[in-house]
Design a binder for this molecule. Structure first.
Ligand code: FES
Length: 494
């Protein structure tokens, strides 16, 4: 019997990113059926895969540690995550062996029936065949290991697939479908996140869900019987397939107006200030990584700023404010705004977002505080485990220097596909010994140096963020090189 495994779980089992497996599917290396792959195809594509018990156990322990710490530790009784993980693993092994043996016996029985119908008199030959069939191995070791792993992961993390989309994601412990969906980068529709507005209503097509949070939104008995539930209040009990509303792009996310409070104000450098805002728990900001909002503080302090944080944390919004003189918002920020004060956020706006259909490697060019949307995109890529190859260049033109360089270096150290370099326009000018004739020529000098490191440019997607001069100079430069415009994405700081 063919054994189908959801894509993200299959990727986890063979130790590759889901996006890598998606690339294999797009290249026709492995067939897929409704977000799943067949075990035999998976093993054919990854013949050398080793299922590392330790990795699996560590992952289980991590999941259980979080769940156990939260819910089941009491003074009288403490559950050790590693003990529970080992027990679960042995139960998974037992289950898989029992299931495989039962399937094997089913097949043998069917052959016996066919044999008796065909040659009822040839009992000695049947007896001989039967003895061999019963002694035969039910499955090879590698397949068995994969199935044990799959069953093990399924116990701890149910898989959610959204019908008529490519989205699927795991839900660990008793996390809600909405929480885990957002963490996985799925732009699910929602509003209050606490069960009152009904915007996250979805339909279970296959599987079972259970409420883990109280909610006031009224679902009639008939709706419940049909399988309707609220993604912000329910968790899957089994793998589930659901019908849910998801945004197809930034155009599907409505502009929201939310009164937030200042959580943190902190200088990042002499010329840049970090502003962190916290939304109310029941009114969080839905946005795509790379988008910007309008901030309104006081009567007249208004500024459009890109969000520097990841959409997976929709309650804590981060902004990098360049401390320009004569800017009313900056004046208000530095002289009057304090922790706990109100700031109205209006947005999201803009279409500087990832092209989710592309699997090309990425070059990101951030100029000065153009780093903010690039940070949001990079953090999002890491949070959802996109597995992209990202070459991040931070160009310093007006600022004194890159203000979060340690963070960039930490990304490059921690993630295999992330590469980072900062370049100063002044330094490049000094090195070449030719003073630039215009601001555009100054930027062009830097771009030439960056691109010398890359071969066939058309194999990349390029994301450019900075002030209008920088973005225009980049666009002109790449268009002159014949770079495809559809692969060039730009976000202008307003
Ligand atoms: S988001 Fe409002 S009810 Fe779920």
């Amino acid at each position: 019997m063919p054994r189908r495994i959801p894509l993200s779980r299959a990727a986890q089992l063979v130790g590759v990113k889901r996006r890598v497996l998606q690339k294999d599917i797009q290249a026709g290396k492995i067939p897929t059926f409704e977000g799943t792959v067949e075990l035999s195809d998976l093993l054919r594509l990854y013949p050398d895969v080793q299922i590392h018990d330790n990795t699996m156990l560590e992952r289980m322990e991590h999941i259980m540690e979080r769940a156990v710490t939260r819910k089941h530790t009491t003074k009288e009784r403490t559950y050790e995550p590693e003990v529970l993980a080992s027990r679960l693993k042995s139960l998974a092994e037992e289950l898989v062996r029992a299931r495989l043996t039962a399937q094997h016996y089913e097949r043998v029985l069917q052959r016996v029936q066919e044999w008796l119908a065909r040659e009822p008199a040839d009992l000695p030959a049947l007896r001989h065949w039967l003895a061999e069939a019963m002694a035969a191995d039910t499955l090879d070791d590698r397949s068995e290991q994969i199935l044990v792993g799959e069953s093990f992961l399924r116990t701890m993390a149910a898989n959610v697939r959204i019908l008529n989309t490519d989205y699927e994601f795991p839900v660990e412990g008793t996390c809600t479908v909405l929480e885990c969906g957002l963490q996985a980068g799925v732009p699910l529709e929602y509003g209050c996140s606490n069960g009152t507005c009904g915007l996250c209503r979805a339909l279970v097509v296959e599987g079972e869900v259970r409420a883990v949070r109280p909610h006031d939104y009224h679902l009639s008995e008939a709706e419940k019987a049909q399988g309707y539930f609220l993604t912000c209040c329910y968790t899957p009990v089994t793998d589930i397939v659901i019908e849910a509303r998801v945004a197809g792009g930034p155009q599907d996310i409505p502009v929201q107006r939310i009164t937030t409070r200042v959580k943190k104000l902190q200088p990042l450098a002499e010329d840049v200030m970090l502003l962190q805002l916290r939304t109310p728990r029941s009114r969080r900001l839905r946005f795509y990584a790379g988008q910007y909002v309008t901030l309104i503080a006081g009567e007249e302090a208004v500024l459009d700023l890109p969000i520097a944080s990841c959409p997976c944390d929709d309650m804590h919004l981060e902004f990098h404010v360049q401390l320009r003189p004569d800017e009313p918002f900056v004046d208000y920020l530095t002289t009057r705004l304090r922790k706990g004060d109100e700031v109205v956020v209006e947005g999201p706006k803009g279409d500087f977002v990832f092209d989710d259909d592309s699997t090309r490697p990425i070059i990101m060019l951030a100029c000065d505080t153009g780093f903010a949307p690039v940070k949001s995109l990079t953090e999002h890529a890491m949070a959802v485990n996109r597995g992209d190859e990202i070459h991040l260049y931070w160009v310093i033109n007006e600022l004194q220097g890159p203000y979060l360089e340690n963070q960039c270096r930490a990304w490059a150290d921690a993630f295999e596909g992330v590469h980072y370099r900062s370049l100063s326009c002044d330094e490049v000018e000094r090195r070449t010994g030719v003073p630039a004739s215009s601001p555009e020529a100054r930027i062009e000098g830097v771009l030439k140096e960056i691109l010398a490191a890359h071969g066939r440019l058309e194999e990349y997607d390029i994301y450019v963020a900075g002030n209008a001069t920088f973005v225009q100079a980049c666009k002109a430069f790449f268009v002159n090189l014949g770079f495809p415009e559809a692969q060039l994405h730009s976000g202008v700081l307003h």
